[in-house]
Design a protein around this ligand. Structure first.
Ligand code: APR
Ligand code: ZN
Length: 260
């Protein structure tokens, strides 16, 4: 890399590096965060216009805050819900294509928007759950997300069986454990992969953020595609600063060119 290299040259070089990693990979794993869904209209949590700049996570995303004031959570969720009707973007499709090509064996995501599945990814490990179902914490009644979303357009949802306000979506709130089976499978995938690619995550929330190191310790090659630097960039073999929705399709193009 010489001084006159432009940012574009540097990104090009990293894209080539990531594609070469994938061509030689036997078991690649992709790990995603909220940054991959920005192009689908869903805001990130941190960074410039992140949700945590406008909402207090302790109040709207912790189990204590939720039990204290579920209405506050549902007000916050409205911002996500409208967005969560979003559709996958080229970054999600690129990852699904790499699974189709047989090189990506699993997606480990911190996201709750189910966009990987909508893009066609088959093996998706949702570390923080998803907005698929809503459970009444008092009587256990289960509701489909879509059903609750309809109600939320008009008012705060309450349980139709017992009247409780404590209707909680099946996402992992701060202060709650991650689903043990999903976490152990994600750790297993991180141990056995030979390529681990992070897309759109600030890598600050544990235990999710420990997975890249687990992969590294197991001898995997690491790559990260992120808009901004993270604290962990130094452990990566390839670092591409930019938008996932622009970079990942180029990685797939180069991967297919090399595989010909
Ligand atoms: N392409 C790639 N990366 C992007 C893009 C983009 N278009 N836009 C933003 N980013 C990057 C940001 O630079 C940031 O580093 O995505 C990252 C998103 O970081 P966070 O908002 O912290 O999201 P995430 O890492 O998923 O947060 C982890 O924190 O609040 C909890 O449970 C929540 O799952 C979430 C967890
Ligand atoms: Zn109930």
């Amino acid at each position: 890399m010489s001084f006159e290299d432009t940012d574009m040259d540097i990104i090009e070089e990293q894209i080539k590096k990531i594609s070469r990693m994938l061509v030689n990979a036997k078991h690649a794993v992709v790990f995603t965060g909220s940054g991959i869904s920005v192009a689908s209209g869903i805001p990130t949590f941190r960074g410039a216009d992140g949700l945590w700049m406008r909402w207090n996570p302790e109040e709207v995303a912790s189990i204590y805050g939720f039990k204290r004031n579920p209405a506050k959570f549902w007000e916050f969720a409205k911002e996500l819900i409208v967005k969560a009707k979003a559709s996958p973007n080229p970054a999600h499709y690129a990852i699904a294509e790499l699974e189709e090509e047989g090189v990506v064996k699993a997606v480990i995501t911190q996201n709750i928007d189910m966009l990987h599945q909508s893009a066609g990814s088959k093996k998706v490990l949702e570390l923080h759950g998803s907005m698929s179902y809503v459970d009444c914490l008092e009587c256990g009644k289960e509701y489909d997300w879509e059903y609750i979303e309809e109600i939320l357009k008009k008012k705060q949802p309450v349980c139709e069986v017992c009247g409780s306000e404590l209707l909680k979506p099946r996402v992992v709130f701060f202060g709650e454990p991650l689903p043990p089976d999903v976490l152990s499978e994600a750790m297993e995938e991180s141990r056995k992969c030979d390529v681990f690619i992070v897309v759109g995550s600030s890598l600050v929330v544990y235990p999710a953020a420990s997975l890249p190191e687990i992969a590294k310790r197991s001898g995997a090659k690491l790559a990260i595609v992120n808009l901004e630097p993270t604290e962990k960039d130094h452990i990566f073999d390839a670092v591409a600063y930019g938008k996932a929705e622009e970079i990942l399709p180029q990685v797939v193009e180069e991967f297919k060119r090399l595989r010909r």
